[in-house]
Design a protein around this ligand. Structure first.
Ligand SMILES: Cc1cc2nc3c(=O)[nH]c(=O)nc-3n(C[C@H](O)[C@H](O)[C@H](O)COP(=O)(O)OP(=O)(O)OC[C@H]3O[C@@H](n4cnc5c(N)ncnc54)[C@H](O)[C@@H]3O)c2cc1C
Length: 855
């Protein structure tokens, strides 16, 4: 018996010790020393046979070899490097540029299998400066007050002139432009908050403001423009005399934007009466936001130099230039009509348009660098404007839905009391919390200098998807109220707008399938990019040294992730390190566990599938989903801390993180089920799910607490929708719904008395309007109480009402039909807008120094 115990002790020492060293990522040298010491002790004190000892010492010998660096490099790494070079998947320049864009931050920690939480927690909570706060409370509130979305989308198909003028006057288009050029120079966080607030009121106005503040001429000029170009355009872009747009998409090149066929050929031509070297441009673009009213067109095209006028190359690749839209040959002005959302969007084309070389953004030396510029800027921009529009829309939807379901009664009860409705309300609230958290934490990180390429793609995809889910659920629980279009419908238009955010800046299916993990796997992995660079190093000796270092780091990392994944799954991560000992500590541990499991699965996928992983989009997408769930869950936890760890918000945090981590578990499960190599899948399952899929989704009880939170006036409900435009005033349904919600709580006792009186036969009517009169007469309630109740019920009736129209009111003419003018768009009077005016003004100004061009 004692012999068995002794053997068990030694077994535990070796296996447990091994797991411990791997779990803690102790380096190879120290691990070898520890193994040697244990083996020596076993040889001297243990009960092993000589044969057994021989096997163990031989194994130890194998472990010693990698410590002999020179031997290891020559005998192991060199042959492996030769094989690796042959296996390397081909990579186009555009792919390489996309991979190298931005930097790696918290996403890299999640990829490591052992996230260092201090890195995330050390980021300060994002804050608005006094000036930014004043802008939100002043011009931004005022703009929201001016907006009548029905007028914009249905009556004018454009923003009315006072709204255009106000936007330009208050520099809403110039939030990212530095003060030295006349802009507002807001932080990323402030820009996100302004866009969210406006987005909570109108998708049209939000999109109109979003474009000049995201990827467009201003952003491109700021990062890559020459001083002269900055001086020429930025002041005009700041004061609104220049309206920008950026044209990349063309009929042939949508998602595969780099395949564009729009061209620029370097040639001699006449410019302002002189012969100069310039570019002859031909393009045909579509879907371009602000194009119909733009005065300056950012254009992406492929640059060719067949006569070698600027260098030795025939083809330079994608190049970006700024073209004033009054240049001869530029066609602009027609409009698309994106799902009835009336922001200016349309096609543009140009035939043999000749411009000088210095129209290239950054000048001639930036010829061919257009793609790099775009992906660099997307690494930041994608995290702000579209997520902000989802944030604003979701905040408005949750605020409205919590109140609406409390005042709308069916079966004599507020519909919020029905579990089915509560389920949808819970999702609306939880998803909104996740979007709020992701936007705020990521914008805060950008303000700290991060350029989060992979998180930007995560935010673009998930915030817009969650925004769509919120809109769907809000539509469902509003029933016919949200279906009947008209000025009283505050949801339908936002719901229609959700596919727009899903489609632009990289359509979502593509973003999920190719970008999040496709970029993340190489970009965020601690060793893969180093291995790739080393393998491609022209200096063979340097490449070997670097590859050797990365390879053995990688092997240690993979062994560690096996140990960590197994141990954390076995123990439900109960002993793993957390940054804070708070009620949310278990969620940090859950993320630790999935981080290790993800890193392990990811490594095996890359090892066994190699370049094929790029084509196995669904596997890649599922790995991307796991990374995204962890990223969003960490943002949720950090946001909770940033907001002062308010106990009232805990149900939201718990629901959100639990939902996300449950999704991570299910995505891992689906990944393993579909993994082509069944042996590897089986092995991975042992290390990832040794106790099966034990993580459960949020309980109904937790959902019930979330419903309570969003249907009760109070700090948690307010905080969840803190940026939405909720001011109480005529024409703002959010303010009115909140007022009705508060009154519904206040008058609950009176309504109870009415119900009791009805039971006792003191009042008889089924209709609340009549019941109030009867109750007053029967002295169940006082005159003042009756008046209050009447007033409240009038308000509720008004909020529940929908619009109806005379048949003729709904008729619309076809574009051009009324006027016979084939260029007339659905927008009745484009020139009536401030933008149209600005454009005219600018054109007038420019006409005096009219350019004549001939290629
Ligand atoms: C309202 C609006 C405003 C816009 N504003 C601008 C603008 O200002 N400037 C500009 O240049 N462009 C703009 N765009 C264009 C936008 O960026 C493109 O619509 C987008 O890139 C998708 O291209 P596409 O519509 O041609 O879809 P397609 O490329 O035809 O894609 C169709 C579907 O196939 C999927 N898909 C394609 N390839 C893959 C793949 N390899 N793997 C998985 N899925 C794939 C896509 O995700 C999508 O779901 C705008 C578009 C809209 C709708």
């Amino acid at each position: 018996m004692s012999g068995l115990i002794v053997s068990l002790f030694w077994l535990l020492l070796f296996v447990g010790g091994g797991i411990f060293l791997a779990y803690q990522r102790v380096d190879l040298r120290m691990s070898t020393v520890a193994a040697g010491a244990a083996l020596l002790a076993y040889t001297m004190l243990g009960d092993g046979s000589w044969l057994w000892l021989l096997v163990l010492w031989l194994l130890f010998g194998v472990m010693v070899i990698p410590n002999l660096i020179d031997v290891r490099r020559e005998k192991i790494t060199r042959p492996l490097l030769a094989v690796y070079r042959k296996m390397l998947p081909s990579m186009s320049d555009t792919e390489r540029e996309a991979l190298e864009a931005g930097n790696v931050g918290w996403d890299g920690e999640l990829f490591s299998g052992m996230p260092n939480w201090d890195r995330l927690m050390s980021f300060p909570a994002p804050k608005l400066s006094e000036e930014e706060q004043a802008f939100l409370d002043g011009p931004c509130e005022e703009l929201c007050r001016m907006i009548d979305d029905w007028e914009i989308c249905h009556e004018l198909a454009d923003m009315p002139k006072p709204v255009w003028d106000y936007i330009i006057e208050q520099k809403f288009f110039a939030m990212i432009i530095p003060k030295q050029y006349g802009g507002l120079e807001f932080s990323a966080y402030a820009t996100a908050m302004v866009l969210s607030k406006v987005g909570s009121r109108s998708a049209t106005v939000g999109s109109t403001i979003g474009v000049p503040n995201s990827l467009g001429p201003a952003e491109l000029l700021l990062h890559y423009g020459t001083d002269e170009q900055k001086q020429r355009y930025l002041p005009g872009l700041a004061d609104g005399s220049e309206i920008p747009c950026f044209a990349l998409t063309s009929p042939q090149a949508g998602s595969d934007a780099a395949s564009l066929i729009d061209s620029g050929v370097v040639c001699k031509g006449t410019w302002n009466g002189k012969t100069v070297t310039g570019i002859r441009l031909n393009w045909d673009k579509r879907y371009i936001t602000l194009a119909p009213v733009a005065t300056v067109l950012g254009l992406a095209f492929k640059l060719y130099d067949p006569d070698h006028l600027i260098g030795d190359e025939d083809e330079y690749g994608i190049t970006a230039a700024l073209i004033p839209t009054d240049t001869a040959g530029v066609e602009i002005g027609r409009r698309h009509y994106p799902l009835t959302i009336a922001f200016q969007n349309g096609p543009t084309s140009g035939k043999d348009v000749f411009v000088p070389l210095d129209y290239i953004i950054g000048g001639q030396e930036m010829a061919g660098k257009g793609w790099k510029m775009l992906v660099e800027l997307l690494s930041v921009g994608r995290a702000i404007s579209l997520p902000a529009s989802s944030c604003g829309g979701s905040q408005a939807a949750v605020y409205a839905s919590g109140a609406y379901t409390s005042i709308r009664k069916q079966f004599n009860m507020p519909i919020a009391n029905f579990e089915g409705v509560g389920d949808a309300l819970t999702r609306i609230a939880g998803h909104t919390y996740i979007v709020n958290a992701a936007l705020s934490v990521t914008a805060g990180a950008i303000d700290q200098g991060e350029k989060p390429a992979v998180p930007s793609a995560i935010l673009k995809y998930h915030c817009t998807e969650l925004g769509r889910k919120v809109a769907n659920d809000a539509m469902d629980i509003h029933g016919g109220k949200a279906v009947m279009m008209g000025p009283k419908n505050y949801l339908g238009r936002g719901y229609m707008a959700t596919p727009i955010a899903i489609t632009v800046e990289g359509a979502n299916i593509l973003t999920r399938s190719l970008i999040i993990y496709g970029q993340g796997a190489i970009r965020c992995h601690p060793f893969v990019l180093r291995e790739l660079h080393a393998a491609g190093d022209e200096d063979q000796d340097r490449g070997l040294i670097e590859f050797d270092d990365a390879l053995f780091g990688h092997i240690g990392y993979a062994i560690s992730n096996m140990a960590r994944s197994f141990f954390l799954a076995l123990t439900h991560a109960k002993f793993s390190r957390v940054p804070l000992n708070t009620p949310t500590r278990r969620y940090y541990q859950n993320i630790n566990r999935y981080s290790a499991a993800f890193a392990l699965a990811s490594d095996f996928a890359m090892l066994t599938l190699g370049g094929d992983l790029k084509r196995r989009e669904l596997l890649s997408a599922r790995l991307g989903d796991i990374l995204s769930s962890m990223y969003l869950a960490s943002c949720t936890l950090k946001h909770f801390e940033n907001q002062g760890r308010r106990a009232a918000d805990l149900p939201l945090v718990e629901w959100s993180v639990r939902t996300l981590m449950y999704q991570a578990q299910e995505a891992l499960h689906a990944f393993l089920i579909n993994f082509p190599n069944r042996w590897v899948a089986g092995l991975l399952r042992v290390f990832i799910f040794p106790r099966g899929r034990s993580y459960s989704p949020p309980s109904d009880e937790l959902g019930g607490r979330v419903v309570e939170l969003v249907t009760t006036p109070g700090e948690a409900r307010d905080r969840l929708s803190e940026i939405a435009y909720t001011t109480l005033e005529p024409g703002n349904p959010l303010g009115q719904l909140q007022e009705a919600l508060e009154l519904s709580k206040e008058y609950q006792p009176l309504e109870k008395r009415l119900r009791q009186a009805r039971k006792e036969g003191l009042i008889h009517s089924d209709y609340i309007g009549l019941q109030i009169g009867e109750a007053e007469k029967a002295q169940v309630i006082s005159k003042a109480e009756a008046n209050n109740l009447r007033d409240y019920h009038d308000k509720v009736t008004d909020l529940l009402a929908v619009d109806d129209f005379a048949a003729g009111d709904l008729m619309r003419t076809r574009p051009g039909q009324e006027t016979g003018d084939s260029t007339a768009s659905v927008a009745p009077k484009k020139t009536s807008t401030g933008a149209g005016k600005s454009k005219k003004k600018t054109r007038r100004k420019k006409a005096s120094k009219k350019k004549t061009s001939k290629a």
